[in-house]
Design a protein around this ligand. Structure first.
Ligand code: TXA
Ligand code: MG
Length: 329
């Protein structure tokens, strides 16, 4: 766990325009001083991310929202009050403080108050706002452990703060409140039902919004291996077909099903909370075991009422989508 001295050092790095990877309750972030253009630009270089993608601004507390957005609807205050600090990002009309490098040239800005104690300590020690995407190379799986960041970003970041395993394991829920109707742009641990209950109104479907959001590219959150979602009944046939083609196969979530020899079994937990928590580490494991295929056995969605299953399915569908280009190792 990061020490008080490391947090001081991290804050000094941010002040001097450097990059710090830090834990949040969702995934690890790759942070720079949100007011320092050159600093934020380094994030894009380190990730290999296109420069026109917006970056979330992380704040220590809700009141700072007013410095970053000049037009805050009452729903935003309500959501912030009920669900921050926590795994929720609000998209709001930006103020002049939010520079183009942060917003990707959009007229909106993404804001979030994380709850992880190390993220909170860093924000308070630093005293400013931290612009941070997930601390992975562009298109790849988000890191949920300091070790994931170390492996992927070594030499590209000035300091990595260790905060243990990220509790949630999936990126924050993104709610766009900048248009006529609120829209959930990315599902996460804060469910649509929770957001609707707080706002007292229905959320529109994301398909109607054309906002640029890297998590909404068809192929994203992907391991190197090909990935396919399968039903339990179809699993064995698929395993056999791939094995006959000489492919090295990993199966996630096979439960008690007996797998033929040579097939790698990866357990990613039983409940949706466990699956969300373990998903990205499990996908990394597929690549580490040098499997060319990952078959993911999904329980039917109706079997789960946590709402988290929708977020897990969203990430799996993106990992299974045809690749635009080879994700970086
Ligand atoms: O849980 C999280 O949100 C993590 C932790 C580190 O906070 N961050 C994260 O950042 O997942 P990133 O950049 O990997 O994903 C954030 C998504 C991107 O797809 C980005 O396009 C979108 O949020 N986003 C940021 N600002 C936006 C804006 N103004 N309008 C629309 N989308 C925005
Ligand atoms: Mg990301």
């Amino acid at each position: 766990m990061a020490t008080a001295n490391e947090i001081k050092e991290a804050a000094a790095i941010l002040r001097s325009g450097g990059l710090v990877a830090f834990p949040t309750e969702t995934v690890y972030g790759l942070g720079a001083d949100a007011d320092n253009e050159a600093g934020v630009r380094k994030i894009f270089a380190a990730k290999g991310r296109p420069a026109d993608h917006p970056v979330i601004v992380h704040l220590a507390e809700m009141m700072e929202m007013a410095e970053w957005s000049g037009q805050i609807p009452k729903e935003a205050w309500r959501l912030a009050e009920k669900l921050w600090p926590g795994p929720l990002t609000l998209i709001l009309p930006r103020s002049s403080r939010a520079k183009d490098v942060v917003t990707g040239g959009l007229k909106t800005v993404g804001l979030r108050v994380p709850s992880h104690p190390v993220a909170q300590a860093l924000l308070r020690e630093f005293g400013g706002a931290i612009a941070a995407p997930s601390a992975n190379r562009f298109g790849h799986v988000s890191p949920t452990r300091a070790e994931h960041v170390r492996r992927e970003m070594a030499g590209r970041v000035d300091l990595i703060l260790d905060g243990g395993d990220c509790e949630v394991g999936l990126e924050s829920t993104i709610v766009d409140l900048s248009g006529d109707e609120p829209v959930i742009l990315r599902p996460g641990a804060i469910t649509q039902q929770q957001v609707e209950a707080v706002c007292g109104r229905h959320m529109a479907s994301p398909e109607t919004s054309s906002t640029r959001c890297s998590g909404r590219l068809a192929s994203h959150y992907a391991p190197r291996a090909e990935l396919e979602l399968v039903e339990t009944a179809a699993l064995m046939e698929k395993v056999q077909t791939l094995a006959q083609q000489g492919k090295k196969v990993a199966v996630l979530g096979a439960g008690d099903v007996r797998l033929p020899p040579g097939i790698e079994r990866i357990d990613w937990g039983g409940t949706s909370e466990e699956k969300a928590h373990n998903l990205y580490a499990a996908l990394r494991e597929v690549d580490e075991r040098q499997c060319q295929w990952a078959l993911v056995v999904m329980p039917p969605l109706e079997a789960d009422d946590s709402g988290l299953a929708a977020a897990i399915l969203d990430r799996l569908q993106k990992a299974a989508a045809p690749r635009v280009s080879e994700p970086s190792p």
